[in-house]
Design a protein. Structure first.
Length: 492
């Protein structure tokens, strides 16, 4: 094994030990209540949530995946990135402040309380939202497998299984409380080491886009640095796919519910998202820089090859620590979110007598199960980003119309969303039909590149039409939810 490989394994073990210490320190406090385990008791400060948003965004799947996707797709891939990362800014400006006033464990729980009061809708919403998280975890595992394979020569499969096992262990111990402290460490690593890496990478083109363009032209890839000839619908589709998936990602609602007040929720996501969009775009541009040097790489190998062959060893090691820290942050946070979604919105919805200890135990069991599912997805997925985009489109097309229309189409106009009060004209049948229509149509290949746009439109129309047709239809009593019967709303 090379010197770099040995150092990488030593640093990996060191991070594992550090995170083990953090997880064990937070374990007892997390077990005091399910709210502590799920949202840190709803009292987390700005600095922890800022680094949590940032560290989660800069996961290894994003870091490796976006560089590889830009290497293959060129500048038009930026449209997906702007949609995916820019949606966090949209979220911060539109939803974060509202969510920061509330103490829901999940956003399907919020939809149920404020919009639908329907157990079936809540369960379907939880499953769809968890698909984003599960895909994200699988993407992190796949990226780790590809990365370690290049640096150490070990087969990707055992690496995927190893890291997934570590994600599961840390997540089950301390829940949200341990994750935000890990994110604090990992966010600092990302900012410092990431900045140094980008300096080294962009020095390859003399920090000039003009030089990048000319070098792409010199290797016969001039079209990769232009939007000319790119179908406008394709760009819109990339943007919308990235955007709608994030708007219904539990990973971004959960920290807002965990924030100690609305101002903290909004500012932490706005600032964290701003830093992340800059760094993610830079990562995609690094993919184009790699293309100017080597045109014979695969999408999944581009960044690994660059790290191994084109930067000094010390920077390679630092970058590896960055990728390792960011990937672990993103994976364990998504794993926590997915397990909480299923336990809170699928199981607890129909088994309401579970106490906090039982819910924590159930969530830990689900963490193990979801981790195993994600590892399988990471092993068999064709590419890192294919996992993300499919889950984004399915969950986004099914849930975004319900979220937006449900909050805006009010029974009593002028009232702000308030925990414990349903104030929406959406009916249970309207929500059920619209979710299924949106999710299914988004995956119909016959619709081509317009699938996500058609799915969103059809979901929105069916939501309104079916709700109007069923406004006087009483749902089956056993599927009626009582909403949040003990609302705890934070002070402004």
């Amino acid at each position: 094994m090379s010197t770099a490989g040995i150092i990488i394994w030593v640093l990996t073990v060191g991070l594992f030990v550090l995170y083990f210490f953090i997880a064990m320190r937070q374990k007892s406090k997390a077990e005091e209540s399910f709210a502590n385990y799920a949202i840190g008791g709803g009292m987390l400060p700005f600095y922890l949530l800022f680094f949590s948003h940032f560290a989660n965004i800069m996961g290894v799947g994003n870091f490796m995946g976006h560089a590889g996707s830009a290497y293959v797709n060129g500048l038009p891939w930026i449209a997906f990135i702007i949609g995916e990362q820019g949606s966090k800014i949209i979220f911060a400006l539109t939803f974060a402040g509202m969510a920061g006033k509330m103490t829901y464990n999940t956003f399907p729980e919020m939809i149920d309380d404020l919009i639908t009061r329907d157990k079936i809708t809540r369960a379907i919403s939880g499953l769809l939202a968890s698909s984003i998280m599960i895909a994200w975890i699988g993407g992190q595992g796949k990226a780790f497998g590809e990365l370690f394979s290049v640096f150490t020569g070990v087969s990707p499969v055992p690496i995927i299984l190893l890291f997934t096992g570590m994600f599961v262990f840390y997540t089950t111990m301390g829940g949200m409380l341990s994750l935000v402290w890990m994110d604090f460490v990992q966010g600092l690593i990302c900012i410092v080491f990431g900045t140094l890496f980008y300096i080294v990478a962009f020095s390859k083109i003399d920090f000039s886009f003009a030089v990048l363009s000319s070098r792409l032209a010199a290797v016969g890839k001039a079209e990769m640095f232009t939007f000319a000839g790119t179908d406008g619908i394709s760009l819109i589709t990339k943007f919308v796919t990235g955007c709608v998936g994030i708007l219904v990602a539990q990973l971004y609602w959960q920290p807002c519910f965990a924030a100690k007040n609305p101002k903290v929720a909004k500012r932490s996501m706005l600032f964290g998202g701003t830093v992340a969009i800059i760094m993610t775009v830079c990562t995609a541009l690094v993919g184009l820089i790699i293309l100017t040097i080597n045109q014979d790489l695969t999408q999944n190998d581009a960044m690994s090859w660059f790290m191994l062959n084109e930067v000094p060893l010390i920077i390679t090691i630092m970058l590896f620590v960055l990728v390792l820290a960011a990937g672990m942050s993103s994976a364990d946070s998504n794993l926590n979110s997915a397990a909480i979604l299923i336990s809170n919105d699928l199981v607890r919805t129909f088994k309401t007598d579970l106490d906090d200890k039982q819910m924590i135990k159930l969530t830990r069991i689900l963490t193990v199960v979801i981790g195993a599912m994600s590892a399988i997805g990471g092993i068999y997925a064709n590419s890192i980003m294919s996992l993300f985009s499919r889950a984004y489109s399915m969950a986004g097309a099914g849930l975004v119309p319900l979220l937006v229309i449900g909050l805006l189409w009010k029974e009593e106009s002028g009232l702000d969303p308030t925990m414990g009060k349903k104030n929406s004209k959406v009916t249970p049948w309207g929500s059920r039909v619209s979710i299924i229509v949106g999710a299914v149509l988004s995956q119909v290949s016959a619709l081509g590149q317009n699938a996500i746009l058609i799915a969103l439109g059809a979901s929105a129309v069916s939501l309104v039409v079916v709700s109007l047709l069923t406004k006087n239809v009483s749902p089956n009593p056993k599927f009626v939810s009582q909403g949040n019967v003990n609302p705890v709303q934070k002070a402004y």
